[in-house]
Design a protein around this ligand. Structure first.
Ligand SMILES: Nc1ncnc2c1ncn2[C@@H]1O[C@H](COP(=O)(O)OP(=O)(O)OP(=O)(O)O)[C@@H](O)[C@H]1O
Ligand SMILES: [Mg+2]
Length: 251
């Protein structure tokens, strides 16, 4: 099993607050890794570190190393634009741009300089199909993205990210604002994508982590308490704290 990420002694601070504490973890390539833990334990900070989004936060500081396919993501040669294209991110609240459905998905492609209409059309359709949204929007591509339901908007955001062909998809509680049907659609879609790309998903939903992920990391107060194969971790957690969290005793 090869690794997409090798993270060594990662620390993240906000002013005096030590949010992620000496985390070392290998994230496997083309599998789904779930990150679980109580509110405030550093899950989002950890996830944002993966494509250097955390560097954009004023007063945040990082130490430690993040290797992406063996290459240090902080080395001066690594462009942030390229890194964020290769490692896309989707957030808790769907955040479509105030454009049409088509223009949302075409956004990243146009930034890359793609102008040819036929190629753009084709790439937009392909991305919407991969995000399992095409049948619902194919006749209304010119409509505002805000006319979509929450679940559709979230799939649109996934399509927008997929359009530029990322190798990794980071998802921070992507189903938090969705109903069970919307959630099921996203889970189904992630399971299909898993064959091609590496997925890291933060979730508060234990059932979702169990259903969806291959490996799971449990964070507590900024530390990575336990990391392992999902089945093993849910059935035989090695550490009492993990067991308590999984059983719903706190968080
Ligand atoms: N931009 C920021 N500035 C200052 N402190 C921050 C910032 N972002 C996060 N923190 C602090 O870092 C700690 C970890 O926050 P983080 O958002 O990573 O946790 P989380 O596990 O994602 O929580 P939740 O489940 O509520 O989303 C918290 O104490 C939080 O208050
Ligand atoms: Mg969070």
């Amino acid at each position: 099993m090869s690794n997409a990420f090798e993270i060594k002694n990662l620390n993240i601070y906000y002013n005096g607050l030590h949010a992620v504490k000496n985390v070392s973890i290998d994230i496997p390539h083309t599998l789904i890794t779930a990150i679980i833990g109580a509110s405030g334990c550093g899950k989002s900070s950890f996830l944002r570190a993966m494509n250097r989004m955390n560097d954009l936060i004023p007063n945040s500081r990082r130490t430690g190393e993040i290797l992406f396919h063996g290459v240090d993501i902080h080395q001066p040669m690594m462009s942030e634009v390229t890194l964020r294209r290769r490692i896309g991110m989707v957030f808790q609240k769907p955040n479509p741009f105030p454009f049409s459905i088509f223009d949302n998905v075409a956004y990243g492609l146009r930034i890359q300089g793609m102008r040819d209409k036929a190629t753009l059309d084709q790439r937009v359709e392909e991305s919407l199909r991969r995000a399992a949204l095409w049948p619902e929007v194919k006749d209304r591509l010119k409509q505002s993205a805000f006319a979509l339901s929450g679940g559709q908007q979230q799939r649109l955001c996934i399509a927008r990210t997929l359009a530029v062909d990322p190798e990794v998809l980071l998802l921070d509680e992507p189903c938090a604002s969705l109903d069970p049907t919307g959630t099921a659609r996203i889970e189904e879609l992630l399971q299909k994508l898993e064959k091609e790309i590496t997925i890291i998903i933060v979730t508060h939903n234990m059932q979702q982590a169990k259903r969806l992920s291959d490996t799971v990391g449990f964070f507590h107060l900024g530390e990575l308490v336990e990391f392992g194969r999902t089945e093993e971790m849910f059935e035989h957690p090695r550490i009492q704290l993990t067991r308590d969290y999984i059983m719903g005793h706190f968080g």
